[in-house]
Design a protein around this ligand. Structure first.
Ligand code: PXG
Length: 290
């Protein structure tokens, strides 16, 4: 494996960063998880745009232009001979002192890892997931805003531990007002009487690239979609439910907190949207090997 760090490629054994990097010391940095499908880097421009937004919110200066980052990402796929897989792109605050002041870190570091992906077992796509709501509340929008895809994922990791303890693969996180925000690494959608609903960003959801892709697909298919505040009750009485994320794509949910969703099987609107999503992965994104 060849890993990109600040303009150079290193073998996995030699791909190292300083223990004084504030990405490690404080989780001070931003990241993206990106997919490659069919020799293309899916939604790469959208991921780079969101990375720059996350960095802007942290006053973190990325030492490359968006186009340079796009080129470096595609080059990392090429160096690893990958046409399908998963990319982790990180920008850390860089090497500093043991104090948390980011002004002591003169230059941010850019790391790009391109690899294969560990997907959910096919069974979950066929049969649907069982999930639960967990006690850990989504970060307040006035704290580390959940819209910032930062290297500090402890809020999500605490929720994931609660999911693990409950013996399930994902968890619904509510915000401090009790509304549905999102899952630990996925956005939440429900279908009710043919209409698609997903929580608004202000509820504490990430501006998910897959979320946007699904909303685009719904528009194209003539499926009405809205972004209202959603409660657990809305989820329990939904006809269908699914989660979206770069890694998961679209995964159906059939049980939440012991309540069976719809008829307990992945639904027809979910299937239609998944087919449309899969089509989009064939034509969108920067080509890796021309
Ligand atoms: N919400 C959160 C909190 C996320 O981290 C999503 C939603 C989905 O967004 P995209 O843009 O991917 O559609 C994410 C992103 C993992 C893992 O290991 C998942 C994400 C990021 C990093 C790791 O499951 N999901």
């Amino acid at each position: 494996m060849k890993i990109y760090i600040d303009g150079q490629f290193y073998s996995e054994a030699d791909a190292k960063i300083s223990v004084f990097d504030h990405g490690l010391l404080y989780g001070d940095g931003v990241f993206e998880g990106i997919r490659m499908y069919h020799n293309r880097v899916f939604k790469l421009r959208e991921h780079i745009e969101r990375l720059f937004w996350s960095a802007k919110a942290l006053l973190l200066e990325i030492p490359m232009t968006p186009q340079e980052l796009i080129d470096a990402t595609v080059e990392t796929c090429r160096q690893n001979g990958l046409r399908d897989g998963y990319i982790r792109l990180l920008v850390t605050r860089g090497k500093g002192t043991l104090g948390l002041d980011p002004r002591r870190c003169p230059k941010a570091s850019v790391i790009i890892i391109a690899s294969t992906i560990q997907l959910y077992p096919e069974k979950y796509y066929q049969e649907g997931l069982t999930i639960v709501t967990v006690p850990t509340t989504r970060n307040l929008v006035n704290s580390v805003n959940p819209a910032i895809k930062s290297l500090n994922y402890l809020n999500n990791i605490l929720a994931r531990i609660e999911a693990n303890n409950a013996g399930v693969e994902e968890a619904i996180m509510l915000n401090s007002d009790g509304f549905v925000a999102e899952c630990t690494g996925d956005n939440v959608f429900i279908v009710q009487k043919g209409k698609l609903f997903t929580p608004p960003l202000s509820a504490g959801a990430l501006y998910g690239i897959t979320r946007n892709t699904v909303l685009d697909a719904a528009r194209e298919l003539g499926i009405p979609a809205a972004e209202p505040q959603l409660t657990r009750y809305d989820v329990y009485i939904a006809d269908e439910m699914f989660l979206t994320g770069t890694a998961a794509e679209m995964v159906p949910v059939v049980k939440v907190d012991g309540r069976v969703i719809g008829d307990g099987k992945p639904g027809p609107v979910t299937a239609k949207l998944l087919a449309a999503f899969r089509e989009k992965t064939k034509t969108d994104g920067e080509v890796i090997f021309p």
